[in-house]
Design a protein around this ligand. Structure first.
Ligand code: SF4
Length: 325
């Protein structure tokens, strides 16, 4: 039975997801793209809101495939067989509308390479049908990002990478905590409390940005300015968390946390903890080993402040996300 404190994530997430990934037969050829691994992972932790933007704009299933085409009117979504089919505006408007209507989301999982749902590296064709580049973004994905710039978004294929997976769920749970603790009722007190819980999480991702955010919240805003300050804070915070924390970043953070146990560990306990940290740093041990030891000692002997660091448990333990990094 895991030991819980105020910042242990326990609530179910609400995640948007490209409908074909859930097994719905909505692809242009009437097939699905069921993402078994992803669905098993999400089963116990998330409520899913599936959406297929191409079906959403009224294209039937099966249907003519579409693709992104570079034109002198910008990148357009056109039929692959019949270029007179152009659904650029429809897909963009649908994405804006759908994103605007779903502010309950904690994150979104998209299908790779799709001209509608692809987050990055989507193929763009020339008007003559030859491929031009691989740096496109699906039109629904782009409109969703515009409608909800803070929303953690990831592609299903990338979630097979343990570091990207851990990073995505860290962002989802942090964003959820922000919305619960600060977004619902912004105040300087709530902002300061949120930052103090996130300090070591931010440090693992980018120590300079952590200091920068600390300076930002140290400003006492004038009346009426608190919402703007909160917005600046969370925009930067989510940007920082998008950068995947490195082995060096985690090691540095663990060594900082060790400082809170100064004089509170026996020589043997301290040596064992340091061995775990160095083993992780050398790549011999997964992060879960030193992190679990650290959590154990901090819960027994740490201050309340350090016990509530989100870094110690940014996502539910049963996801095992620290076991593979
Ligand atoms: S990738 Fe997006 S648009 Fe294509 S079938 Fe899946 S949900 Fe629909």
């Amino acid at each position: 039975m895991p030991i819980l404190n105020k910042t242990t994530p326990t609530k179910r997430l609400t995640l948007g997801i490209s409908a074909c990934l859930t097994g719905q037969k909505v692809r242009y050829n009437g097939a699905h793209k069921r993402a078994g691994f992803c669905l098993r992972l999400l089963d116990s932790i998330a409520e899913l809101k599936p959406v297929c933007p191409e079906v959403g704009i009224g294209l039937g299933t099966p249907r003519q495939p579409i693709r992104l085409v570079a034109t002198d009117r910008g990148v357009r979504a056109r039929g692959s067989d019949d270029a007179s089919l152009d659904v650029t505006e429809q897909l963009t408007e649908f994405g804006q509308r759908w994103g605007g209507a779903h502010d309950e989301l904690d994150g979104f999982i998209l299908t790779q390479k799709s001209p509608s749902c692809g987050m990055e590296r989507v193929k763009i064709y020339r008007e003559n049908g030859y491929p031009a580049s691989h740096d496109g973004t699906g039109l629904f994905a782009a409109a969703l990002r515009q409608a909800q710039p803070l929303l953690p978004i990831e592609e299903e294929g990338r979630l097979h990478d343990a570091r990207l997976r851990e990073n995505f769920f860290t962002r989802c749970y942090t964003y959820r905590a922000w919305r619960d603790q600060v977004g619902a009722r912004p105040s300087h007190k709530a902002l300061v409390a949120f930052h103090s819980q996130c300090k070591y999480l931010l440090m693992a991702h980018d120590p300079r940005a952590c200091t920068e955010l600390g300076r930002l919240i140290a400003q006492r805003p004038d009346d009426g300015q608190i919402e703007a300050l909160c917005q600046r804070y969370i925009s930067r915070c989510m940007q920082v968390l998008t950068k995947v924390a490195t082995r060096r970043g985690h090691t540095n953070t663990l060594l900082h946390l060790l400082g809170y146990l100064k004089g509170k560990l026996s020589q043997g306990e301290r040596d064992e903890l340091l061995e775990g940290i160095h083993g992780y740093h050398q790549g011999h041990l997964p992060l879960v080993v030193p992190l679990r030891m650290m959590r154990h000692y901090l819960r027994l002997r740490g201050s309340r402040y350090v016990q509530q660091q989100r870094y110690l448990q940014p996502h539910p333990e049963n996801l095992g996300l620290h076991n593979a990094i």
